[in-house]
Design a protein around this ligand. Structure first.
Ligand code: ATP
Ligand code: MG
Length: 689
């Protein structure tokens, strides 16, 4: 009998197949753009293309695959592996080639900068500041410049960092960014400029790069012809998912990597661009075809494989109301299925209750928790739901929310490693020095000031003497620091830090055992990394997610519900999706209704959320909803209307309306007594006096 291998590409439709085969069999040097709607198989096609290229002889080490999150990169690597396995009929015991250069722009940037550090005047052991660190550093600079006086209305550290980040990523002037995105800060232009100069100096001085620097340095490096040629020569193929959410720096990096477009593939959907607020440029994808010597090849995908027809119709109707047209014809043969539901509830508490009910009901119907997700506009909108889920013991993980790494004890340990790695980091040093009993902010600052001008801060640190009260514990600390300086064993270094930290934890926190469990989780993660530096870098760039379980994120084989912000849900899919608070003031967010560009971005965000669902989609509409208007100093408003993105006619046509608790008894009317009973006074009277 003739053995035929199963063809992993057999299920591709003709358009997808063209994208996968582009330039492989027939000679074609054009860049490739796949621009297509949600659920049309862009990501899947990209994965198949990588597999196809490898089968045609491409070296996986020379394939650069850029995704939006590291989770997406892992997922992609798995898909490529599976496809190769099938295509090459590999025995199950052999592992398919891995893709060492699959990651996010920031992650890949960090790796390249580490490698090329000597060539671009960067210290090899530079630290990466996460957002919280960068805010702290910005705050220090703010205070030192005297802009943070108690009664001044100078922008908060978070706003300062957002403005700075926007300037860097958009490559626009500070004046333009303030005018377009932060008009209420325009009066501070001169001070902000001075502040950003100080912040930049502080980073240089402390051998620290923030997230934006990872792109900024990479892009600047690619402007040096010799370096650009060297980096570009390492990659035969560059492929990018979610291209609609890249910014100018990222587009510049890609052009420098593939100046003539040959070997460059990007995929995306302009109707899903949702990161304009972080300087993403939807023009990148729209202008892509014309950016190279010869026009790029553009392939559309028109068949949707994800959602049933009723869900697709509703999502299409929502995006069709956008003033800017995203003309795409999507069809599916999954015509059966229920319409999406608009679920009216009284308030957020009832919403939490109904969502939990629905999750359990769907589980009864056979949808595992992990096939379900609850999405929301802003991280804190899930608070009531998290309580309800915890009460009912429904396990969940939360994406895009408070991270495991933001807890004090995990930060303490990481900062210790980071300070050992880079003794110039003031942020790490300030935190760690104060963990030593008897060392306060004043002593910590004195130490850091003394280290700053020295050529060898680690040596100066080891020679530093603390005041007598702190001396004993300081000696213990120095012993550890000296050990870590010897760039010892990994993860042995972490064990040493943990041993030192344990009594500190006992002293500082009365809930030490729960925190200890987090640290054990950290140790497990550490064991999966090759070196201390890789561990610190990857955790800073891509922190593990928070979860309902004290002991850290659940293991993959457990069943858990996904909670996610709409932004973090991008690219993913679930059988059943519920979206919270689909009311005006939330979607669109009260913070984002200043101009029509912002409002349209909010509309696309709702579209992204709705298109995550395969079979069941519920939009929750609480009739009472509180929002905090930060621009107008925290006033609270009460909103109660369905989002403007779902006008009545659209709702009537495409949604089923549901009021789950309508039969619940109305709240009993208040009793009116001639004189109120003074219960408080009566109870207080019990104690005499
Ligand atoms: P998004 O815009 O949301 O990122 P996408 O265009 O990247 O969506 P994918 O996530 O790649 O779409 O695919 C959506 C779903 O359709 C996935 O479950 C995928 O496996 C499936 N799919 C795509 N193409 C095919 C096909 N030819 N045959 C069967 N299933 C397919
Ligand atoms: Mg995708």
């Amino acid at each position: 009998a003739v053995l035929t291998r199963p063809d992993p590409f057999a299920s591709l439709n003709p358009q997808q197949r063209q994208a996968v085969e582009h330039g492989v069999a027939e000679h074609d040097e054009r860049a490739l753009l796949v621009i297509a709607g949600a659920g049309s198989g862009k990501t899947m096609t990209l994965a198949h293309r990588v597999a196809r290229l490898v089968m045609a002889g491409a070296d996986p080490q020379r394939v650069l695959l850029l995704t939006f999150s590291r989770r997406a990169a892992h997922e992609m690597e798995r898909r490529v592996g599976r496809t190769l396995h099938q295509a090459l009929a590999l025995p199950t015991s052999t592992r398919p080639p891995s893709l060492p250069w699959a990651g996010t722009f920031h992650g890949i940037g960090a790796r390249l900068l580490r490698e090329y550090a000597p060539a671009i005047g960067l210290p090899e052991r530079f630290s990466i500041l996460d957002r919280a660190d960068a805010e702290d550093l910005m705050n220090l600079a703010r205070q030192e410049a005297g802009f943070a006086a108690a009664r001044s209305r100078f922008p908060q550290k978070g706003t300062c960092l957002a403005i700075y980040s926007r300037v860097v990523n958009s490559q626009a002037t500070l004046a333009a960014v303030l005018r377009d995105a932060f008009p209420w800060c325009e009066a501070w232009a001169a001070e902000l400029n001075q502040l950003f100069a100080a912040y930049t100096r502080a980073k240089l001085q402390q051998h620290s790069l923030d997230y934006d620097d990872l792109l900024q340095y990479w892009a600047a490096m690619m402007e040096e012809p010799a370096l650009a040629a060297h980096v570009a020569a390492r990659f035969d193929h560059v492929l990018v998912d979610e291209y609609q959410d890249t910014n100018r720096l990222q587009a510049a990096v890609l052009r420098a990597l593939k100046p003539d477009g040959r070997g460059l593939t990007v995929v995306g959907d302009d109707a899903q661009s949702i990161y304009g607020f972080r300087a993403a440029e939807v023009r990148n994808i729209l202008d892509f075809p014309q950016q190279f010597g010869q026009p790029a090849r553009v392939l559309p995908l028109e068949r949707n494989y994800r959602s049933t027809q009723p869900l697709l119709d509703a999502s299409n109707a929502v995006i069709a109301l956008a003033p800017e047209r995203h003309a795409k014809q999507l069809w599916t043969d999954r015509s059966a299925g229920a319409r999406p539901r608009l679920v009216t509830v009284a308030d957020e508490a009832e919403q939490a209750c109904c969502v939990a009910d629905r999750v359990l009901a769907l589980r009864e119907e056979g949808f595992k928790l992990r096939q379900q997700a609850v999405l929301f506009r802003t991280s804190h909108h899930s608070a009531a739901l998290e309580l309800e889920l915890t009460r009912r013991q429904i396990p969940f993980v939360k994406f895009g929310g408070l991270k495991f790494l933001e807890s004090a004890h995990v930060k303490d340990v990481l900062c210790m490693l980071r300070w050992a790695e880079n003794p110039r980091s003031r942020i790490a040093g300030f935190r760690v020095a104060q963990l030593v009993a008897g060392v306060g902010p004043a002593n910590a600052r004195k130490l850091l000031d003394a280290l700053e001008p020295t050529a060898d801060p680690a040596a100066a640190l080891l020679a530093w003497r603390m005041p007598p009260a702190a001396q004993a514990d300081w000696q213990d600390f120095l012993a550890l620091y000296a050990q870590l300086q010897q760039a010892g064993q990994w993860p042995g270094d972490l064990d040493a830090v943990m041993r030192w930290y344990e009594p500190v934890l006992q002293r500082l926190h009365d809930d030490a055992p729960a925190r200890q469990a987090d640290l054990q989780q950290l140790a497990r993660i550490a064991a999966g990394h090759a070196s201390r530096e890789r561990f610190i870098t990857e955790l800073t760039l891509d922190p593990p997610e928070a979860s309902s379980d004290e002991a850290g994120p659940p293991h993959l084989d457990e069943d858990y519900l996904v909670l996610s912000t709409l932004h973090s849900a991008k690219g993913q899919e679930w059988s059943a999706v519920q979206i919270l608070n689909v009311v005006d003031g939330c979607i669109p967010s009260e913070m984002s209704t200043r101009d029509s560009a912002q409002i349209d971005e909010e509309r696309r965000l709702l579209y992204v959320g709705m298109t995550r669902a395969r079979q069941h989609l519920d939009l929750l509409v609480p009739q009472r909803f509180y929002v905090t208007d930060q621009v107008k100093h925290g006033d609270r408003h009460l909103y109660a209307s369905l989002s403007r993105f779902i006008p009545e006619a659209l709702a009537a046509r495409h949604f089923e309306r549901v009021t789950p608790l309508a039969t619940a008894p109305a709240v009993a009317p208040a009793v009116a007594l001639a004189r109120p009973v003074d219960i408080g006074g009566r109870l207080a009277g019990r104690w005499g006096g």
